[in-house]
Design a protein around this ligand. Structure first.
Ligand SMILES: *[C@@H]1O[C@H](CO)[C@@H](O)[C@H](O)[C@H]1NC(C)=O
Ligand SMILES: *[C@@H]1O[C@H](CO)[C@@H](O)[C@H](O)[C@H]1NC(C)=O
Length: 375
């Protein structure tokens, strides 16, 4: 009788998440060992007290003790089995034991990222581990086909137009790897990016300097809703006005591009409340992207409420070339603006071909509106 040898697991402590479970198991085992020993102690002391050699009694004791021993070893076996099962489940949950990094279609960057890395200072004395695997990026392995598609591009070549693939990856939990591309946007040759907001092409195009003048020098920070490549913020930057550009990466990496211009991109769908406090902006600029995804009246109203919330009293709301689709839509919008009591500093209704939308001539509205001071 006496010592019980315990061997738990394979001695590696790679899965720290198992510690809670294993401490419970440890406590249970310590309890078992103590009980066994108590039984043994009881058996020895009671038999030593009975100097009269009661063989019969001893036999019963021994029988009882061996019964307890048997039970204990049964329990230990059960514990050992559960421990192994737990480790197995953990491995399955984490999934990386199944990674087959030798498959041909795995992006090289992912391979390097997901392979086991030796700890730089050797074995960790506390946990006993010698190597680690990355705690993120496992979802990328599960979507390796999509990732390979995303990563097969010409290095330093023209930026491929495949943002939808990247978006899919992100939705599947795989933060895409960055690529090395050029020429995603062309600000120098062709195009009118540099002329926007500075030169008017139609009566609906207001100039930045004219609008700033309406603010009497009080325009210091602004918010551009659906600001595309950030040209509005860039022109405002030239005039010492800080503008945050809200954009989604629809069909092109707008956010990256805006950031590369040294401007502040805000990746946010318009179904969200703006992440700003009340009455903070001097100017809010919105074009037709203000009305993407259907443009229901309720949606427009929700947006108008939020614009009104973040714009300070006396601040300007610049509605820039808003395609109204129909006369009815224009009237809905007009009524909405009037309900908020904004002062119409500029109001120009024209007609333009909506190249992004219907491709037909549409009613287009440009306006500069001033938020009233409400008592
Ligand atoms: C041994 O176990 C039996 C029941 O299985 C019990 O009646 C008896 O009292 C036990 N003897 C000792 C000495 O504990
Ligand atoms: C912007 O600020 C700088 C530094 O204060 C100043 O020199 C420059 O004239 C300003 N530009 C405009 C357009 O106000």
């Amino acid at each position: 009788m006496g010592s019980v040898s315990l061997k738990i697991g394979d001695g590696t402590a790679r899965f720290k998440r198992a510690t809670l479970c294993s401490s419970a198991v440890n406590i249970l085992m310590i309890f078992c060992v103590i009980t066994t020993n108590l039984f043994a102690l009881y058996a020895f002391t009671s038999s030593s007290k009975n100097h009269t050699n009661n063989n019969n009694n001893n036999l019963v004791h021994n029988k009882n003790i061996s019964l307890v021993s048997e039970q204990v070893s049964l329990i230990l076996r059960e514990i050992d089995l559960s421990q192994k099962k737990l480790a197995q489940m953990e491995k399955q949950l984490l999934g990386y034991e199944r990674f087959d990094l030798s498959r041909p279609n795995i992006a090289n960057e992912l391979k390097i990222f997901l392979q086991r890395h030796q700890l730089p200072l050797g074995k960790d004395s506390r946990t006993g581990i010698t190597e680690m695997v990355s705690s993120v990026g496992h979802s990328c392995e599960k979507n390796s086909d999509l990732l390979s598609q995303f990563m097969s591009y010409k290095v330093s070549g023209t930026c491929p137009d495949d943002w939808s693939v990247a978006q899919k990856l992100i939705l599947k939990g795989c933060k895409k790897l960055s690529r090395d591309c050029v020429n995603c946007f062309d600000l120098v040759s062709g195009g009118n990016e540099n002329q926007k907001f500075v030169k008017a092409k139609s009566k609906n195009d207001f100039l930045i300097d004219d609008v700033l003048a309406l603010g009497n020098g009080g325009i210091r920070i602004g918010f551009d809703i659906g600001g595309g490549s950030g040209s509005f913020a860039a022109r405002m930057f030239d005039r010492n006005v800080t503008v945050i550009t809200n954009t989604l990466n629809v069909d092109a990496p707008f956010s990256e591009f805006i950031a590369a211009r040294g401007l502040f991109p805000l990746y946010l769908s318009l179904d969200h409340r703006f992440p700003f406090y009340d009455n903070v902006f001097d100017l809010i600029h919105a074009s037709s992207s203000f009305d993407v995804e259907g443009g229901k009246a309720e949606r427009l109203e929700f947006l108008m409420f939020d614009i009104d919330r973040v714009l300070r009293a006396g601040g300007l709301f610049w509605l820039d070339n808003f395609f109204c689709v129909s006369e009815e839509k224009k009237q809905t919008l007009t009524r909405l603006i009037e309900r908020f009591g904004y002062k119409k500093l500029k109001w120009v209704v024209g007609e333009k071909v909506d190249i992004v939308g219907s491709g037909k001539p549409e009613v287009v509205l440009s306006a500069v509106l001033q938020k009233p001071v409400r008592g």
